[in-house]
Design a protein around this ligand. Structure first.
Ligand SMILES: [Zn+2]
Length: 192
């Protein structure tokens, strides 16, 4: 599967896909293409390790989804692109969450791009700033992967792993490499 960049307002699109996981993305602001592309690459990489393909669609309901096993709606708030003016994080805003109704997870996700950008901004070195969009996109991919894991693996409670601890650290979000642990990959495999 590949992610294609389209012009004219669309920044995410995938061709007809056999993906097991489909995300329907909606952005509050026009999305930054470099960060969004990096986000897509990171999601594809993380779920490929569990044998799953993932497709991200921006133009619902006008897209053909195929027959994915899991469909999640993802609402992005804030500006999903990196600027050097981003203030370091001062509040404990939640980076992302899945909705719950009566304690049951729903396939409805919100992602706070500003909170993710602020979380990584204060831990970035000078050289990182030049690739801020790429690093923000990768961090967004990891945050979203955490939420997808809740849904696909039917897990409400967190553990202390790299990607599925309750509070993902800036270190994990910025690390050169992050992955689900073997137990998590197994849960993703059996539920794909
Ligand atoms: Zn969580």
């Amino acid at each position: 599967m590949r992610m294609a960049l389209l012009l004219a307002g669309l920044c995410l699109s995938t061709p007809v896909s056999h993906a097991q996981i489909a995300l329907l993305a909606a952005f509050e602001h026009p999305c930054g293409s470099a960060s969004t592309e990096a986000m897509g690459r990171e999601l594809i990489r993380l779920f490929a390790l569990a044998g799953s393909e993932i497709a991200v669609h921006q133009d619902a309901p006008k897209v053909y989804l195929g027959s994915p096993r899991h469909v999640l709606y993802v609402a992005f708030t804030g500006r999903c692109e990196f600027t050097v003016q981003i203030a370091p994080r001062t509040s404990q805003r939640v980076l992302a969450r899945l909705a719950t109704v009566d304690g049951k997870l729903q396939p409805l996700m919100t992602v706070d791009c500003d909170a993710v950008a602020e979380t990584i901004a204060s831990h970035m070195a000078g050289g990182d700033l030049k690739r801020g969009d790429e690093l923000l996109g990768r961090a967004l991919g990891r945050v979203i992967a955490h939420e997808i894991f809740h849904w696909v693996a039917h897990q409400v409670n967190h553990n202390h792993s790299e990607l599925f601890s309750e509070a993902m650290s800036a270190r994990t979000l910025l690390a050169d490499h992050a992955t689900f642990d073997p137990g998590e990959l197994q849960l993703l495999r059996v539920n794909r």
